[in-house]
Ligand binder design. Structure first.
Ligand code: SF4
Length: 290
């Protein structure tokens, strides 16, 4: 991979022996010289931390907003959707693992150029830019710079994210964000620890914080035997409704993928039953991939 575009990272401290402490996300990686963090997108070069994926795009497409999925934010519109590479979770069921965890082909684009492209698509119904496909929070510097330009042009900024980001950087970008779809991948700490190598409480905190600042929808991929119990769906829905019963919840059907190609697709009946439970607490529950 070509790292000519690498840009000095934000949210890190220099520590002893030329190591750095990155606190962009709750992994809080301590990174030795010439090594990358758990996300593979941030590297210690000569005792300084650099964002390796700055301006590197793996996917660019004008998508219906419902595909993000966002159902109650400018319904019927289109949004220019861009993604890079790298992720800070390691979900065994990852639907985007080729760009999240493998080396993918990239094209270089500057923030202003992406905004210009988005502006040129307004006539076709484009409302802004969605940062998606890989995890936008570890594309932070590029996403932040682009969001600032996009806002000035009156475009909407959308993050499609796993919500696994530290408090300070999240607060730093929220003023420029109009909508987020946040994955709450399950409602048990064990699932996050064992299947995703993450922490549920940090994701919950991101949902709570984001919903005070922008439009938020939540997606849960329902996987047989792992997070599909009605008790778990009920606890998730209850918690969401305690923030606001108007937060839309997308219950999405699992299909075999990546390290879980041996697991069967979620039975449709499971999703119908889960929706019935969630409907008791939330005003907008949608089924996806059904
Ligand atoms: S953003 Fe990457 S390098 Fe920084 S703490 Fe998270 S996983 Fe580690």
């Amino acid at each position: 991979m070509n790292y000519d575009n690498a840009k000095q990272a934000r949210y890190y401290n220099k520590i002893e022996e030329s190591k750095v402490h990155c606190f962009l996300c709750p992994h809080n990686c301590i990174i030795k010289p010439e090594m990358t963090g758990a996300c593979r997108a941030r590297k210690n070069i000569g005792g300084e931390l650099f964002s390796l994926n700055y301006g590197l795009v793996t996917s660019l497409s004008l998508d219906p907003i419902e595909k993000k999925p966002l159902r109650r934010f400018h319904p019927g519109s289109l949004i220019l959707s861009a993604g890079s590479f790298g992720c800070n979770l390691k979900c065994s069921f990852c639907q985007n693992w080729t760009i999240a965890h493998q080396d993918a082909d990239t094209a270089t684009v500057a923030p202003q150029a992406l905004v210009s492209k988005a502006m040129s698509l307004k006539a076709k119904g484009n409302i802004g830019i969605a940062y998606t496909y890989n995890e936008p929070s570890i594309w932070y510097e590029f996403v932040h710079d682009t969001c600032v330009f996009a806002k000035k042009e009156g475009l909407s900024n959308v993050l499609v994210t796993n919500g696994f980001i530290s408090h300070e950087p999240l607060m730093g970008i929220l003023p420029f964000i109009d909508a987020m779809n946040i994955d709450v991948k399950a409602f048990t700490s064990g699932f996050y620890k064992d299947i995703c190598k993450g922490i549920l409480d940090n994701v919950k905190e991101s949902v709570e914080l984001a919903s005070q600042h922008c439009h938020v929808e939540v997606t849960t991929l329902v996987i047989p035997d792992l997070n599909d119990s009605l008790d778990e769906i009920e606890r998730l829905s209850k918690w969401l409704s305690s923030i606001s019963p108007d937060i839309p919840l997308h219950l999405s059907r699992f299909f075999p993928n990546y390290k879980m190609s041996h697991v069967n697709p979620t039975p449709k009946e499971t999703l119908f039953a889960a929706k019935k439970v969630a409907d008791n607490y939330l005003n907008h529950v949608y089924l996806g991939n059904i």
